[in-house]
Design a protein around this ligand. Structure first.
Ligand code: HEC
Length: 152
């Protein structure tokens, strides 16, 4: 009787100790998670950078659709945000930027113009070339990435 009592007691202690250990581990993980968040918080892409990544993704989808023989019909209205989206601190919306935005939007809209006489692939590539032209004026980093959007 006495023995089984101690047995249960040690069992409880054993599990209790393990629980405590798990709590410590969990706490450590939380601390690490918090540190990760801090690192994550430090990189804050601008509204424009987010829009650009979205445009990249949507044009990549367009490329796939065009290669699959689908006809795109709906211009993504979100793209119009290029005229207003906030840029990273060190960049400004100068005249060059504004004229390139206009040309780009007109060209992108043409992709969805089902009555156009210009071949779809050409309209699409013209648009991607405008992405690249604007990037050549001030933000050359992503150019090699953007070139991959072109339909060969
Ligand atoms: C009118 C000029 C202009 C046009 C047109 C343009 N971009 Fe950009 N792009 C910029 C600028 C400026 C930035 C930097 C934005 C910032 O840091 O706030 C940028 C940033 C980017 C980035 C990097 C985003 C990041 O995470 O930092 C990608 C990718 C990109 N553009 C892709 C594209 C694609 C794809 C197109 C065409 C569908 C395009 N851009 C059209 C000016 C332009």
């Amino acid at each position: 009787m006495k023995n089984s009592f101690f047995g249960i007691l040690t069992l409880l202690l054993f599990f209790g100790c393990n629980l405590a250990k798990e709590e410590v581990v969990a706490e450590k993980e939380e601390v690490i998670a918090e540190k990760d968040e801090v690192v994550y918080d430090m990189y804050q892409p601008s509204e424009m950078a987010n829009l650009m990544n979205q445009m990249f993704a949507e044009n990549l989808q367009l490329k796939k659709d065009i290669l699959a023989g689908k006809i795109p019909t709906e211009f993504p209205l979100d793209f119009l945000k290029i005229h207003t989206a906030e840029l990273s601190e060190f960049k400004s919306r100068n005249e060059t930027f504004q004229s390139f935005s206009k040309l780009f939007i007109e060209s992108e809209k043409e992709i969805f113009n089902t009555e156009s006489q210009v071949p779809l692939k050409e309209r699409y590539n013209n648009t991607i070339n405008l992405c690249i032209s604007c990037h050549q004026t001030e933000c050359t980093g992503p150019i090699t990435r953007i070139q991959k959007l072109l339909i060969k």
